[in-house]
Design a protein around this ligand. Structure first.
Ligand code: GLN
Length: 303
């Protein structure tokens, strides 16, 4: 059997062409970047052991295992991260959050940044990689996920601090930025059926998918420095809801960022500090505050 035959067989079984190419390269012990090599060698014979390995990988892929788990790694924001079933596969959409965070951190020397629900460590490590002067702490409630993040940090030689906790439980105060890609899929969302191989605790968050986002927005003010940012990834249809949560909690400059598909994928705001926070104003101080301004570009809601 030639390499081309193997790829045809995989296509006949219903595998996407790119998936089949990546799995075949993996079975051959080659780099995922070697797709050009594959095309140039499509009349080569596929050795029998590699053929068996490729068939097994294709079967697992047909059963819905993410390609990243089968390869054992995923590229994220220029870093190669080891991933397995203990963590969510980092999505390209989440690079939007990293780019936004980097832009906001640019003027701050040695910023202190907290990443909540770090999983593989993707966001925290991408930030640390680009901002070696930053102090980055990554939190996850899953010891399994932290083990993956720790191994990634060690392999990349990045000095990430890791801590096992649920959201902001036990966190220090005074962070200049808190970032998170929490679970945000509604528990009845049919989309979850396609994601059964990834940890459900990293995906689903209550009836409307907003349970963890609500918790983080409620807890963050006590842990942010005055002027500190809270940046949150959320679902394709949750931007308005998250902006409202942030504004109601007293965040200012609330706004959203679009991912590569043009979807409002993350929202965030700035904590003005204790004096400007409605919760900290003395009672009977007149109007508690002007209605929080919500910025955003949702054409359905220009408020
Ligand atoms: N973006 C992922 C998906 O819908 C979900 C990630 C998350 O819940 N944080 O496939």
């Amino acid at each position: 059997m030639t390499l081309a035959d193997a790829l045809h067989q995989a296509a006949d079984r219903g595998l996407a062409r790119l998936d089949a190419q990546l799995l075949l390269l993996h079975a051959l012990g080659r780099d995922p970047g070697d797709r050009a090599w594959l095309l140039a060698h499509d009349t080569d014979t596929l050795p029998v052991p590699a053929q068996a390995a490729f068939q097994a990988l294709c079967t697992r892929r047909m059963h819905g295992e993410p390609v990243a788990y089968l390869l054992g790694h995923k590229e994220f924001h220029g870093l190669v991260l080891a991933v397995d079933a203990r963590v969510l596969v980092p999505r390209p959409d989440t690079e939007t959050l990293v780019d936004w965070a980097l832009a906001l951190l640019a003027p701050l020397p040695a910023p202190a940044v907290l990443d909540l629900g770090t999983g593989s460590g993707a966001i925290a490590l991408a930030l640390l990689h680009r901002r070696p002067d930053a102090e980055v702490e990554a939190v996850d409630h899953s010891a399994d996920a932290l083990a993956v993040a720790r191994a990634n940090a060690a392999r990349l030689g990045l000095p990430l601090r890791l801590r096992e906790a649920s959201w902001l439980e036990g966190a220090a105060a005074g962070w200049q930025m808190i970032v998170s890609n929490p679970p945000y899929v509604a528990q009845a969302d049919p989309h979850l059926a396609d994601l059964t191989h990834e940890p459900r605790s990293a995906l689903a968050a209550g009836a409307d998918g907003l349970d963890d986002l609500r918790t983080i927005v409620a807890q963050a003010p006590a842990h942010l420095a005055a002027g500190g940012w809270l940046l949150l990834e959320h679902g394709w249809d949750q931007a308005q809801a998250v902006r409202t949560l942030l504004a109601q909690a007293g965040f200012t400059g609330v706004t959203s960022q679009r991912d590569l598909a043009g979807i409002e994928r993350c929202s965030g705001g700035r904590w003005p500090g204790p004096l400007a926070s409605p919760a900290h104003l003395p009672p009977k101080s007149g109007p508690i505050s002007a209605p929080p301004q919500v910025f955003g570009s949702n054409p359905d809601n220009p408020s």
